[in-house]
Design a protein around this ligand. Structure first.
Ligand SMILES: [Zn+2]
Length: 273
């Protein structure tokens, strides 16, 4: 009897690791107290001292607020508010802000492999001149910018292009994932004399309904894991072509991209506190 109970206990502990991954982190509704600090990477990380982006502010609204994924490092919240305010001043319609991070970061039960350390945000390409009601923000309709592997000229406007440029020029932004078709359009339209910011636009599967902004590690976070730097140049040449030439394009490769990686040890105390 005792042996059986012990065995059960051992099994429970052994299975607690990967199985708990997303759900435990999603169940915590409040940030970990303490000074803001990013721990680990976007794909395996967490954060303490997170702040929440107010559900609406000048130039933006948060989508699916009930998911409680509008948290981030203070630098991230400031970035979103600044970008939205600048866009509004330039006459760009309202921004729709998708997922950021959970209150303590960590893996999510659904949707992303990244967004774990409070430095990622999805911003929709759909812009809205009017305030959306609660039902609409909970079940929003996306607007794709790419059709049949080409830019959808009916959806893409100078506003989307300007918004991407504003985001890429922000010094705290490290990289932005966009569909290769969108990167190609940005490369085409940028003036020859001023192209350094284009390097931050990184081609990736999907990302035609939203772009995904990742900020650089903040100076207050020594355990923030820096990403591999990307190649020199504006990224408009061979690298972009290699994406557009992929035999499977535009369908992503048929393999699971949602593998949970082990979190840094420091994240255990972030979850528990
Ligand atoms: Zn994203």
């Amino acid at each position: 009897m005792i042996a059986r109970a012990l065995l059960l206990a051992v099994l429970t502990v052994a299975f607690a690791g990967p199985a708990e991954a997303g759900t435990d982190w999603a169940a915590v509704a409040t940030p970990a107290p303490g000074q803001a600090e990013v721990i680990g990477s976007a794909a395996a990380g967490c954060l303490r001292g997170a702040v929440s982006l107010p559900l609406e502010g000048p130039g933006y609204q948060v989508l699916r607020p009930s998911r409680n994924r509008h948290w981030g490092h203070p630098t991230m919240v400031a970035f979103v508010r600044d970008l939205a305010a600048t866009a509004a001043r330039e006459g760009i319609p309202g921004l729709l802000i998708g997922d950021m991070a959970q209150p303590r970061g960590g893996p999510m039960a659904s949707g992303h492999a990244s967004h774990q350390n409070g430095l990622d945000v999805d911003i929709w390409f759909r812009l809205t001149p009017r305030r959306l009601g609660r039902a609409e923000t909970e079940a929003p309709r996306p607007l794709g910018m790419v059709r049949y592997a080409a830019l959808d000229q009916g959806a893409w406007t100078p506003d989307q292009a300007r918004l991407l440029e504003l985001a890429a020029r922000a010094p705290e932004v490290e990289r932005i994932f966009v569909n290769p078709v969108i990167k190609r359009e940005m490369c085409r339209a940028a003036p020859a004399a001023d192209r350094a910011w284009l390097a931050k636009l990184r081609p990736w599967w999907g990302h035609d309904e939203h772009f995904h902004v990742r900020l650089a590690c903040p100076s207050d976070s020594p355990d923030c894991q820096i990403q591999k730097p990307f190649p020199e140049g504006d990224g408009c040449g061979a690298e972009l072509l290699s994406w557009l030439d992929k035999p499977t394009w535009p369908a992503p490769p048929d393999k699971p991209h949602h593998q949970s990686r082990p979190l840094p040890d420091a994240c255990a105390s972030v979850l528990r506190r």
